[in-house]
Design a protein around this ligand. Structure first.
Ligand code: CA
Length: 229
């Protein structure tokens, strides 16, 4: 799950990025309208958090123009004032929800989680593949009846793969959707996380949950998908 945060207040922006990253989201930060538009055109986001007062424009206008261009990414507006006109304006502009500053971080993450779960018809409550189950709302994973403890990043990686169970996922795609644009660490980070996931999901007598497709990437083991069908 990848988010775009549009916030010009540097300190608040960093708090949002750090906090949401700890929740397992890949987070990009834009500090103005122009950069936000560029990011929105370059990447596919699962949700955007947009401040209204920005140095080079207005978050409401940004939201309206994204909607005019057919961008349906769920948007949470941040309003500095408790003014009713901002809230109404936000929803008029096509935002899905709004939050008044100052806000508690748990409140923000709850709203973002609700937005990224939409639309309900495409996001099943619990994802299943063979004996593997993943619950996005409680962020828990089971292999058989056993709960498998995963890190936030491992969970996001597995969730991404399980949402398109029959697809082969390239390293680039996984890096793009699970890590953010500023990630500049190890180039084999995806392979390392896949290896850790495999080890944690191991079950005696069963094939590895995730298999390597040589030269292409990774996918769920076909046996798991066949079990579900
Ligand atoms: Ca601002």
């Amino acid at each position: 799950m990848r988010l775009l945060v549009v916030e010009d207040d540097v300190a608040l922006g960093q708090i949002l990025v750090r906090g949401l990253s700890e929740e397992g989201y890949a987070v990009d930060l834009s500090t103005g309208v122009v950069d936000a538009r560029h990011n929105a055109q370059t990447h596919q986001y699962d949700s955007m958090v947009i401040d209204i007062g920005l140095p080079d424009g207005n978050g409401l206008d940004l939201c309206r123009s994204l909607r005019d261009e057919g961008d349906q990414t769920p948007i949470l507006m941040l309003t500095a004032r408790d003014g009713l006109s901002d809230k109404v304006g936000g929803l008029d502009a096509g935002a899905d929800d709004y939050l008044t500053k100052p806000f508690d971080f748990p409140e923000l993450t709850a709203r973002v989680r609700a937005l990224t779960r939409r639309p309900p018809q495409t996001h099943k409550t619990v994802l299943e593949a063979g004996e593997l189950s993943l619950d996005p709302s409680s962020r828990r994973v089971w292999r058989g009846a056993i709960i498998v403890p995963l890190t936030a990043r491992e969970f996001s990686l597995l969730e991404h793969i399980m949402r398109q169970p029959e697809a082969t996922h390239t390293r680039t795609e996984l890096l793009e959707s699970v890590w953010d644009a500023n990630y500049d660490g190890l180039s084999n980070v995806v392979d390392v996380h896949i290896a850790n996931l495999r080890r944690k999901l191991e079950m005696p007598g069963s094939p590895p949950a995730i298999e390597t497709v040589r030269g292409a990437g990774y996918r769920l083991h076909p046996d798991l998908i066949a079990d579900t069908a």
